[in-house]
Design a protein around this ligand. Structure first.
Ligand code: ADP
Length: 673
């Protein structure tokens, strides 16, 4: 086994690889760019080498510097993680040339699977089922068009060198073929420097089911079951799970055998993934076809770890150091159900545009296990909730790298339990700063399609009415929570410093306070009334009722208008970020004393702080009054509220009579000073 490895990556995957290495007693070397100077992955490793500035080509893709870093630190192997150099055959070769072990397959295997059309020809020979299509070398447009006709529309044109969902065009009708081909070729040439394409039948309602495979240097090859990654947005995975719902032992047997055959066809060594597209026929049958093979560890590998209890990075390191696979096929078993959600800094309601910014609050589910930092967790007892993340509170999501904040992985005895745990864990994850897809993920998890496992790659468009533009927390709860948090904070600072109290109402014995909020861009006024017994009444939006609250750990137990909510509120600047069980929102507190009892008598006038009925005046015209003296009583919200004088003076005129209805802001009397 190696003594020391270099991790040629960043973020959560660098932390995750380091955690296993540390558990195995292998020292680790991190590399980092300028932007990552104080990134978490540096702490997860024993040493760190600066390799350049922020652009990936000047750092995480800069082989020479990475190889140099390995040499100067005495690392014996390089783990590439995923992305960056992980599927770069030339880099794998350069490692070998420098006397370093590349933790991954051979350069020849990477190249063989790198081009879609080439890998398809290999798979065809190995007897692996392919999507009906054309992947020949002849790229004559007339021939391609004829092939599309033979396959039957709709078809998919794919760039042979494509990846990451780029360079694909679905074509519904023959008339559209030529234009789609031309644009696909343009994109392929720009993106991949190669305009060769292949054509496939466009599978309807397809599922994406992939198999984790592992090979060693002794000719052994096994699979570690499947992952269903059908929930995608723009061909990128959102949720991944294992086992695939509806998978039968017989289908798993056939797909697993095909995956192993695919790997064997390229003498595969290390961790790899064979992706299949699965056609769901009306009679319930599922037909599977090879799509591609990823010659690296996948982002979603933790779901496989959760159901098998195995540490795939440990397997990678063992295989790379020449050991045989730790287990034979029959000894690998699957237990329970696991789901991974990718938490990203992005705005789902705005075409998933990536978001950046400081993670002002980053709170994980309290019982989560972490695959990072100093102590590698034991994977043998799959954790119910696992977080793989490369950031901590206070870190910034920058535009330089991808927008994934963390992966949240849950495990349960069955899918229903895993789903419930996922929803609960997403609710317990609080992020304030850049926008995230947390709420969107919760909507997907709760959607009928996902909860009933009606999976296919069209799930998100099909459920879009439920997934986008939903505000899960109403004004009333938001305002009540913001108010509770503010009053609790005032109460705290009151204990510390009695002079910093901002609740002027108490000083003068006044009983109400109007608070200005801004919610979803609209100004809102709320009225809080204080009963003699200290009870609070809140009127906001369409709701009026008693408000009470208390702290429970770091949460607030909120009762408003007969409903009880457990909320977390983060007060940052003038904004309250409210996390309620069904979702999160924010509300701005524009003015805490927007219209309070002690400041409304400007210029000797006194007006009603809320709509209500004038019950009585406590004074007559001509009477002199003292500041704080009760002047009138208004009934509103089923409570009586006394209006106190803002200053010393003389009542010059009463403007209403007892029994009158008065509007909010109505002037009740005139006061001369
Ligand atoms: P990339 O290498 O760019 O990721 P893939 O070939 O893996 O491209 O395909 C990405 C996604 O596109 C798949 O997960 C699936 O959702 C969809 N897809 C690919 N091939 C087909 C097909 N023949 N029919 C329907 N959808 C497809």
């Amino acid at each position: 086994m190696f003594d020391k490895i270099l991790i040629a990556n960043r973020g959560e995957i660098a932390c995750r690889v380091a955690a296993t290495a540390r558990r195995m007693g292998i020292r680790t070397v991190a590399v980092y760019s300028d932007a990552d100077r104080s990134a978490l992955h540096l702490l997860a490793c024993d040493e760190a080498v600066h390799i350049g500035d922020n652009a990936p080509k000047d750092s995480y893709l800069h082989w020479e510097r990475i190889l140099e870093a390995a040499k100067t630190t005495g690392a014996q192997a390089v783990h590439p993680g995923y992305g960056f150099l992980s599927e770069n055959a030339a880099f794998a070769q350069a490692c070998a040339d420098a006397g370093l072990v590349f933790v991954g397959p051979t350069p020849a295997s990477i190249s063989a699977m790198g081009l879609k059309s080439h890998s398809k020809r290999l798979m065809e020979r190995a007897g692996v089922p392919l999507v009906p299509g054309y992947h020949g070398a002849d790229q004559d447009p007339v021939l391609l068009r004829a092939q599309a006709g033979r396959i039957g529309y709709p078809v998919l044109i794919k760039a042979s060198a494509g990846g990451g969902g780029k360079g694909m065009r679905a074509v519904e009708r023959a008339e559209d073929f030529d234009a789609a081909l031309a644009s696909c070729k343009r994109e392929a040439l720009n993106g991949f420097g190669d305009d060769a394409v292949l054509i496939e039948k466009y599978v309807q309602r397809p599922r994406h089911i992939e198999f984790q495979i592992f090979g060693d240097q002794h000719g052994n090859c096994v699979h570690l079951f499947e992952r269903d990654c059908s929930v995608q947005r723009r061909h990128q995975k959102v949720l991944e799970e294992s086992p695939a719902p509806g998978m039968t032992p017989e289908l798993r047997e056939r797909m697993g055998a095909a995956a192993v055959a695919a790997a064997r066809a390229v003498h595969y060594v290390g961790a790899g993934t064979v992706e299949f597209i699965v056609e769901q026929r009306d009679d319930g049958a599922m037909a599977f076809f090879f799509m591609e093979m990823n010659t690296r560890l996948q982002v979603e590998h933790p779901v496989t770890e959760a159901v098998t209890g195995l540490d795939l990075v440990e397997w990678q390191l063992r295989v790379a150091s020449g050991e045989p696979l730790p287990l034979a096929q029959h000894a690998i078993t699957i237990d329970g159900h696991a789901i991974e959600a990718r938490i990203c800094a992005e705005t789902p309601d705005n075409h998933f545009l990536p978001a950046t910014g400081e993670l002002a609050v980053l709170r994980w589910p309290p019982h989560a296990a972490f695959m990072r930092n100093t102590d590698g967790m034991a994977l043998h007892d799959a954790a119910a909730v696992r977080i793989d993340s490369g950031v901590r509170q206070g870190d910034t999501i920058t535009p330089h790298y991808d927008s994934m904040v963390a992966k949240l992985i849950v495990h349960g005895r069955d899918r229903a339990q895993a789903l419930a745990r996922l929803d609960a864990a997403l609710a317990q994850t609080h992020i304030v700063g850049p926008g995230t897809n947390l709420q969107f993920l919760r909507h997907v998890v709760r959607s009928p399609s996902f909860s009933k496992a009606h999976l296919d790659t069209g799930l998100i468009p099909r459920e879009q009415a439920l997934l986008f533009g939903q505000e899960p927390v109403g004004l009333e709860i938001a305002a009540a929570a913001a108010l509770a948090a503010t009053l609790l904070r005032e109460h705290d600072s009151e204990d510390a410093d009695p002079f910093s109290r901002r609740d002027g109402w108490r000083a003068y014995g006044l009983a109400q306070r109007t608070i200005g909020f801004e919610f979803q861009g609209d100004p809102v006024r709320a009225l809080v009334c204080y009963g003699h017994d200290g009870a609070l009444q809140l009127q906001v939006g369409a709701r009026v009722g008693a408000l009470s609250f208390s702290r429970v750990g770091d949460a607030i137990d909120l009762q408003f208008a007969g409903q009880r909510h457990r909320v977390h509120v983060y007060l940052l600047g003038d904004t309250a970020h409210v996390f309620a069980p069904h979702g999160a929102t924010r509300i701005r507190i524009v003015d805490l004393l927007a219209h309070s009892g002690d400041s409304q008598g400007e210029g000797g006038r006194l007006s009603a702080p809320m709509p209500g009925k004038l019950l009585s005046f406590a004074v007559r015209a001509g009477e002199s009054v003292r500041k704080g003296q009760a002047l009138a009583v208004i009934e509103a919200m089923k409570m009586e509220h006394s209006i106190a004088s803002p200053s010393d003076g003389t009542v010059s005129e009463l403007l209403y009579a007892p029994g009158d209805q008065v509007a909010e802001g109505a002037e009740l009397l005139r006061l001369a000073s």
